[in-house]
Design a protein around this ligand. Structure first.
Ligand SMILES: [Zn+2]
Length: 149
């Protein structure tokens, strides 16, 4: 004899809208990109490392970083992966690449998009330049992408 109990399953979806603050450092970073087309990092007072995107505390020394340093809009690819398949959330039509970029004057890498129609042209060590969005929306994609130079 089995004790089978009929199980009913109700499917549903709970919508949980939320907002969170980006924090003072990311707020300044994004604002400078959108309003002035300038990219800033912060410098550690102890080891001198310049971090971009800016963070409040140096991950090496645990010192508070308060010195803002304007960086150029050019850098070097330190790693990348090419995207060839499209999904609804892609920032660009493939092919494009997500890349680690070391901005000139920075000591840390920064992840962003490389818009290059021919991925074979991408290589570690290639120089890139930021292309800023004409109508900024206070998002990291106010740097629309980087291009090879
Ligand atoms: Zn440090």
């Amino acid at each position: 004899m089995t004790d089978e109990i009929e199980k009913k399953v109700y499917r549903g979806r709970i919508k949980v809208p939320y907002k969170h603050t980006a924090g003072a450092y990311v707020e300044k970073f994004i604002t400078e990109i959108g309003k002035n087309n300038k990219i800033f990092g912060v410098k550690c007072p102890k080891c001198g490392e310049i971090s971009v995107p800016p963070k409040m505390i140096c991950f090496k020394c645990f010192e508070k970083m308060e010195e803002w340093v304007e960086l150029g809009n050019q850098g070097t690819i330190t790693g990348f992966t090419v995207v060839t398949h499209s999904t609804p959330v892609m920032p660009l039509e493939p092919p494009f690449a997500y890349a680690r970029i070391k901005l000139d004057g920075a000591d840390t890498d920064f992840v962003h998009i490389i818009n290059e129609g021919d991925p074979a042209k991408l290589e570690i060590g290639a120089k890139v330049e930021a292309v800023f969005k004409e109508k900024p929306r206070k998002r990291i994609l106010d740097i629309e992408y980087f291009k090879l130079i």
